[in-house]
Ligand binder design. Sequence first.
Ligand SMILES: [Fe+2]
Ligand SMILES: [Fe+2]
Length: 289
Amino acid sequence: MDNFIQKIEEIPTIPIVSQRVMEISGDDEAPFKDFVAIIEKDQALASKILRVANSAFYGFSSSVSSLKHACVILGINEVKSIALGCSLYNFFSHSESDAFDRTRFWKHAITCSQVAKLLGTHFSTRNRDSLFLAGLIHDIGKIVLDQYFHEEFVQILEYVSLTKTTFIKAEKKILGTTHNQIAAKLLEQWSFPEEVITQILYHHGPWHDKNYGTNSTILYLANVLTKLAGYPCHPEEKQIDLHEFANSPEVDFITKTGFDLDYERIKRLISNIQEYILMEDDNIMRLFD
Ligand SMILES: [Fe+2]
Ligand SMILES: [Fe+2]
């Protein structure tokens, strides 16, 4: 583990614009002039934010015309999340490695970010701002593994294909740690908001999260539903069975947390997601290009 920590500490930091975005207060009341000024220095990032704000996902009838406009109608926290998400997407979008399909990875991630937001709205949870960002980067630890622990990562992928186990179990077996723990360590180093880090750390086990249970549970569910809807990160991984999942202790936990969920409801959520993704398929991958 010491070896991991040391190697993660050597990972370069995110671009300066993201660091500045991070430093901006998370307070919606904060003047957004400074925030807009920082982002406008990076025109590519500014236009990406506008593209996301104008996507069907937000469903505004008139278009979001400027960054200032986006801050007013989405709130500074939401725009901050989009900015950080876009920035990390750029930072990690290309891979030299054949072992891991980065396009499929991002499709899973982008879909999960949208599903997390949809679930946040569906269940009317409070503090939904961080769901988009957490959904988008929830598996970022896998990219860290691919780039910085490549040999072990290839072994994990092989083990998953060979044994049809889950990715998490393969990581534990081969590394003794998991991508969610690695991501949490890196995001901490990059001073990401605590709530985002917590959700990502617990996205495979929200029952361990004692502080932000609701959003961790939503991210967990979003990840499972994204897989069930046909957008897995690793198709070779052990498939989730809808019936089994609906009757699992995990769903029992989710129901106890206050979300009304049963087999029929899960099925309906999945078909809503599939409908939405099919409608938005072309736009989804272009959202961040
Ligand atoms: Fe994951
Ligand atoms: Fe995932």
